[in-house]
Design a protein around this ligand. Structure first.
Ligand code: NIG
Ligand code: FE
Length: 417
């Protein structure tokens, strides 16, 4: 089945190299084709070229659908590199506490925060969790995100972690949005346990069970995550858990340098993890380690904004050649799934420019979850995940806050919105 998008003002291809951009100049140098057309065959991008040339070349092709884009622009489907969208309940009461001056760690130490959501997840069954995940991910897709990373992490014990990963697998099997599943066994330490006891339990008992469940096709995680933080999982246990995950084939993708500087990127770089998220307290040594080991730096500007954290050294990361990606970090602490707003925050608060933000929310985000060979740019052979905007200048997707210039969304070549 062939589909044609024609009369496109700007096709923001991002890259034509299939490699994530690594430097500032490359990040600023978006590949844009003016006056173009895109041919889709089934779920993939089959051809891209100037409008006239494509119309002539495909004059005899029978197209099932033709879309006159009328001089407006087309960008790749957005990619969200970091989310926690499986949970029950909400934490609006904690939002009020934060506005009253409580910090994330104050709430955590008082038994709230992640532990509050853990208790809600324990009391929710798989179908309730799936229903709310389904509704949320439909909103992600409608806002322009076509590929998303989803973490477990509110299970804490084996039974509930597996329940969460089953829910994510169900969404992978039934929903249009593409999902990369991440196993997050080490998100907090439940009352009555120590960091060491949890690490032992995860490495010696839980991971072997997870391995079996993966082999049986019941769950489908590709990555392992740890909340590496002072007084939670510190460097040694983080490394142990990441190594245990690696031994069953899971790529490292962890939370680091969010509330304190632990130099976890040096450890992550040595271990060869895929990506590290948050990074508000990243040191120069950490930046060098991420650059040298090609670890993706995943920035989460909504969480930084909500928690009044310091601005991460983003300009330095980009200047040094670190692969910078963006994620929404959608979770009960940071209720934002809209990558358009995340790009706006990255531009205004982190001083990224618009091309950098778009690269970080497409190709680099795809690279951070191991999908840049299929998603994140408009190139022949990649999946046809495309957003048609209602404007000639693509920058409106970042500029318009609380509004959406997206008029059509194609997912794997199919019009879904
Ligand atoms: O990425 N920092 C650790 N984990 C999550 C928060 C999860 C929660 O508070 O429920 C994050 O921000
Ligand atoms: Fe997170």
């Amino acid at each position: 089945m062939y589909t044609l998008l024609y009369n496109i003002g700007e096709i923001v291809q991002i890259s034509i190299s299939k490699e994530p951009f690594k430097t500032q100049s490359l990040m600023r140098d978006l590949h844009i084709l003016n006056n173009g057309a895109i041919v889709i065959k089934d779920s993939e991008i089959f051809d891209i070229g100037f409008n006239d040339e494509i119309q002539t070349k495909y004059a005899n092709t029978v197209f099932s659908y033709k879309f006159d884009v009328k001089g407006n622009s087309v960008v790749p489907g957005l990619v969200d590199a970091h989310t926690h969208p499986v949970f029950a309940g909400d934490r609006v009461h904690e939002f009020a506490m934060k506005l009253d001056g409580k910090t994330y760690m104050d709430i955590h130490k008082a038994g709230g925060g992640i532990m509050y959501s853990v208790n809600c997840v324990k009391n929710a069954n798989e179908s309730t969790l799936y229903e709310s995940l389904n509704q949320r991910l439909n909103k992600f897709l409608k806002s322009g995100t076509t590929l998303v990373e989803c973490k477990s992490g509110y299970g804490i014990d084996t039974e509930n972690e597996i329940k969460m990963m089953k829910v994510i697998k169900r969404a992978q099997d039934h929903m249009k949005i593409s999902i990369v599943s991440t196993y997050l066994p080490a998100h907090t330490i439940p009352p009555g346990m120590t960091e060491n006891e949890m690490a032992n339990l995860i490495c010696d008992e839980e991971i072997p069970i997870v391995k079996k469940m993966i082999e049986q096709g019941e769950i489908n995680p590709e990555q392992i995550d740890v909340f590496c933080e002072k007084n939670i999982y510190e460097l040694e246990s983080t490394e142990r858990i990441l190594r245990a995950g690696k031994s069953i084939g899971l790529e490292g993708n962890f939370h680091g340098e969010e509330l304190n500087c632990l130099n976890s990127c040096v450890m992550g770089g040595n271990l060869g993890v895929r990506s590290i998220s948050h990074l508000e307290y990243t040191s120069d040594e950490d930046i060098a380690a991420m650059r040298d080991s090609k670890v993706c730096a995943v920035l989460l500007p909504s969480t930084q904004y909500i928690l009044h954290l310091p601005i991460p050294p983003v300009r330095k990361m980009i200047d040094e050649g670190v692969i910078v990606a963006l994620g929404s970090d959608f979770n009960p602490n940071a209720w934002c799934y809209d990558m358009k707003f995340i790009m706006n925050l990255a531009c205004v608060n982190y001083r990224m420019n618009m091309p950098e933000a778009l690269v970080a929310a497409t190709l680099n985000a795809a690279a951070s979850i191991g999908r840049s060979h299929l998603y994140g740019s408009i190139e022949i052979g990649k999946k046809a995940d495309l957003l048609v905007l209602n404007c000639a200048n693509w920058e409106h997707i970042i500029y318009e806050i609380c509004d959406s210039p997206i008029s059509l969304i194609f997912k794997h070549g199919e019009l879904v919105h």
